[in-house]
Design a protein around this ligand. Sequence first.
Ligand code: AMP
Ligand code: MG
Length: 338
Amino acid sequence: MDRRDEERPSPKVLKVDPLRPQWEAVEEAGRALREGLLVAFPTETVYGLGAHALKAEAVARIFIVKGRPPDNPVIVHVGYLEDVKVVAREVPKSALLLMARFWPGPLTLVLPRSPAVPDITTAGLDTVAVRMPSHPVALAIIRAAGVPVAAPSANRSGGPSPTRAEHVLEDLGSDVDMVVDGGPCPIGVESTVIDLAGEEPLLLRPGGVAREELEAVLGRPVRPGRGEEVARSPGTRHRHYAPRAQVIVVSGPELEAMARRFMAQGKRVGVIATGPIPLPAGCHLRVMANGLPQYARELFHILREMDHLGCDVILAEAVEERGLGLAIMDRLRRAAAR
Ligand code: AMP
Ligand code: MG
């Protein structure tokens, strides 16, 4: 360890009530963001690593601290509807419909970008991704900051996303200036990203709002972007969500035999299942008996936990790709990709 590391102060950790965050903490975090510092805070999806979205130097630090590839744009978070006009030069009718129904909430809209947004925030694209989060802590802090806040997930690029303040401290520690601890995130997977800047709406990333719900509001199909179209969302190209252990997505009926096979090879095995299954002692089993919301909420925490337990392999039960299941399967497949 060099001397600079020893001298680097730990981040200030502010513990807040997730439902009624104390205003002193909110003010302090908001001021820090406005002044260009890095502040991690809980949102309903995952913990975000926030910086002043219109200050290039502040956003540059996000990329450095996360080790994020510079071609992967970050989502800009706003506290009020009017602020969308600060970052987007055009707000189509489809965006207004979706904002009215899903904001604040886990939906990110890709819109034509306004010149106020620096290149680094959008990775040089002509579009900007915008969202208004519903978590009382996130919303209060962004409003207190009084500026749009760029906030990707507060983890090292490539690893499982952070859904608790401990995950942020584990990954980023003293590289951030402040961590606001508002307990575990209630949804646990990232926002849905929909591209509204082109002729037809495209689903760039499944997430907290189901594709079926978007289609119901827009009254038209929302198909997933393909090839070149998704290349417009460069983040989807990079390695994502992967723990140290090898993740394998397995159908329910195959779980038990597969777990036994790996254990017979002397591997340490973790299993995430949607219901109870008989497994040999020594296998780490987590049962998501309360359905997809529980699976989504606990997934990233379990991936981290299983790494801490020294698992070599994590077998995760596949779920149907409907509703929240689409986002869960997306994260599992990416976590499994090597
Ligand atoms: P993260 O902030 O890590 O949750 O990731 C944000 C996601 O939104 C990534 O997949 C980005 O590629 C995507 N994204 C951000 N800005 C844009 C944009 N302007 N156009 C398309 N996708 C975007
Ligand atoms: Mg991320």
